[in-house]
Ligand binder design. Structure first.
Ligand code: ZN
Ligand code: ZN
Length: 89
């Protein structure tokens, strides 16, 4: 299993490809979200602000590669709940 430190400057922003990223908790720590890799989305500071502003659903529509990343990491979009869900979260 790949390991990834919480503060990574090796990753690239999923939205714009810029290096030096913040790891966004898809399920927030406050809601009991984990520090596992699938719950940590690498984004630059600008896009980190954006995902918090517009929400993950709009973010994944705006940036199709984000949606690909979510599916690859085990997330599924629930059209009834209108949110992304993960079996471990
Ligand atoms: Zn970015
Ligand atoms: Zn965040």
């Amino acid at each position: 299993m790949k390991t990834q430190s919480f503060w990574s400057d090796e990753g690239c922003c999923l939205a714009c490809g810029r290096s030096g990223v913040a790891l966004h908790h898809l399920k927030s720590r406050g809601s009991g979200g984990s520090n596992l890799e699938h719950n940590l989305m690498p984004v630059c500071w600008g896009h980190h602000t954006e995902v918090h502003t517009i929400g993950l659903q709009q973010f994944s529509i705006k940036y199709p590669q984000v949606e690909d990343w979510l599916f690859k990491n085990g997330w599924e979009y629930d059209p009834y709940l209108e949110k992304w869900t993960h079996e471990l979260e």
